[in-house]
Design a protein around this ligand. Structure first.
Ligand code: SF4
Length: 486
């Protein structure tokens, strides 16, 4: 039993709800009256509702994200039918923008837009002090309007609320800063006004406690880890000094910023103990400028090549399909340029119109049509029709299975040997789609047989294709995971 339940539907079990742990950590004297419950989007809403109501809460705080918006709506509908008096408070990026346009807003009692670390506790205190809790007061009646983001120095840190089970089996998130100074219009971080740092000594003390408890794998969610070079160097040095086999650190980096001070440290880490997620998104400078993305492509290329040649960093690079003005030819050129830099993984993401993201201003001019259902992916635009975007969606999935998986390291490049990786892999993707009629549920041995068949029929290949066991970051379930609404 708990007066306050903090809950969310994670994308999968391995993802810990980082934001909820902040809310829990900052409840102060209300903490003994609260409980944190985590579910995932594959669980039946009926079962989730049963679990929540079994705790007989008076207040339920739910975290809404692009990956759980549909399921959370179903859940809140159920809960409000079963227990109308339950006070439902919503927070998270998905409900922080275009709030009034969302059905779930009409079902909820309160909404806290923006960073709710302190505001949630404040609202709970206010509600619990009322003699009788109001049932379904209109939205915003007691909600806090967007307040300035909290001073990070005043926040209780969430790291001690990772359980031993979390440390053993799940992705452990960390952040040394919040905010981003860049203004890429597809990204919600473009709305941030400043970058704020957590006090480094407190942060590192918390990291030390996690290390002491056996934690070895950390995913940093700082938007641009290498922005404040002094802090990023201090954090890298901290972990380097405490290096133990199995240590694995994931960082999101801006690609055109890798000075000597960081290079020296990076080189000292053993292979595969660092993973950098590097957002390239587009190499087309006109498109980049149109969406407010500032990036020195030549420098980014130089840095990626240096990392591959001189460090053991596992490199994960992102490109986006569907940006306004990016034609198929332009995307192909960028993809081929990136392949030549040999990152270990290339994630081809389909553009999303996240609620609140400034990219919406291009909708009319570039005839951008987005799926109205989360995650609001682009379906068509002026340069890429629906059929082409569908082809690229399959391309992205098959690239993930064949090239990113690390299971066909030797064989995959035979698909595009001496030719354009994009064009050749697109042809393979079209062929594979015709053969299988699916992008999911293809067992690995069958995938290997299909790859061999393609290479024999189309590439005069006479060997046999076997798949290797994936190892490294992918096996650790760290990549593409997390409280990330980009
Ligand atoms: S895409 Fe990256 S660099 Fe651009 S605004 Fe978002 S977090 Fe910042």
């Amino acid at each position: 039993m708990a007066d306050i339940i903090l809950a969310t539907l994670n994308a999968r079990y391995a993802h810990c709800a980082f934001g909820l742990r902040y809310l829990f950590a900052n409840l102060g004297d209300l903490q003994p009256r609260a409980r944190l419950l985590e579910f995932d989007i594959n669980q039946r809403p009926l079962d989730v509702a049963e679990n929540i109501l079994g705790n007989n809460p008076r207040i339920l705080g739910l975290g809404l994200h692009v990956w759980n918006a549909s399921q959370t709506l179903i859940l809140v509908r159920l809960l409000k039918q079963l227990r109308p008096a339950l006070i439902v408070i919503l927070g998270g990026p998905e409900i922080s923008h275009e709030t009034d346009q969302q059905e779930i807003s009409r079902l909820a009692d309160h909404i806290i837009p923006g960073e709710a670390d302190l505001a949630f506790a404040q609202l709970c205190r206010q509600l619990l002090s009322l003699s009788a809790l109001p049932s379904h007061t209109p939205v915003h009646s007691l909600a806090l309007s967007p307040t300035p983001p909290p001073d990070l120095a005043t926040l209780a840190l969430p790291y001690d609320f990772y359980t031993d089970d979390d440390i053993a089996h799940r992705v452990i998130y960390a952040e040394a800063s919040r905010g981003c100074p860049y203004e890429c219009e597809f990204c919600l971080s473009a709305l941030d006004e400043t970058v704020r740092q957590f006090p480094l000594d407190r942060f590192l003390a918390a990291m030390q406690r996690l290390l002491d408890r056996g934690c070895r794998q950390f995913k940093f969610v700082d938007r641009t880890f290498n922005l404040d070079l002094k802090t990023s160097a201090a954090i890298l040095q901290f972990f380097l000094d405490r290096y133990r086999p199995g240590l694995f650190l994931h960082f999101e980096m801006v690609p055109d910023r890798l000075p000597e001070s960081l290079r020296v440290l990076i080189q000292d880490f053993p292979p595969i103990s660092l993973q950098f997620e590097v957002g390239i998104q587009t190499f087309n400078e006109e498109v980049a400028q149109r969406i407010g993305r500032r990036q020195d492509n030549a420098k980014a290329e130089q840095n990626l090549r240096w990392l591959r040649a001189h460090s053991g960093v596992h490199l994960h690079a992102d490109l986006i399909v569907g940006l306004p003005g990016e034609s198929l030819d332009s995307f192909a050129t960028g993809f081929d340029r990136l392949v030549a830099m040999e990152p270990h993984e290339i994630q081809v993401g389909i553009l999303k119109r996240l609620r609140g993201a400034p990219i919406a201003r291009h909708t009319a001019q570039w005839r951008m049509i987005y799926d109205p259902q989360p995650p609001y992916e682009i379906l068509q635009n002026r340069d890429l029709d629906f059929a082409v975007i569908q082809r690229l969606r399959r391309f992205a999935r098959y690239w993930d299975l064949i090239a990113n998986s690390g299971r066909f390291v030797e064989t995959a490049p035979l698909i595009w040997k001496n030719s354009s990786p994009f064009r050749e892999f697109l042809a393979f993707s079209d062929w594979l789609s015709t053969e299988t009629g699916s992008t999911h549920g293809i067992a690995l041995p069958r995938l290997a047989r299909l790859l061999e068949k393609y290479l024999r029929e189309k590439k005069e290949f006479s060997g046999s294709v076997t798949h290797s066991q994936a190892s490294g970051p992918r096996a650790r379930q760290v990549r593409h995971s997390g409280p990330d609404d980009k």
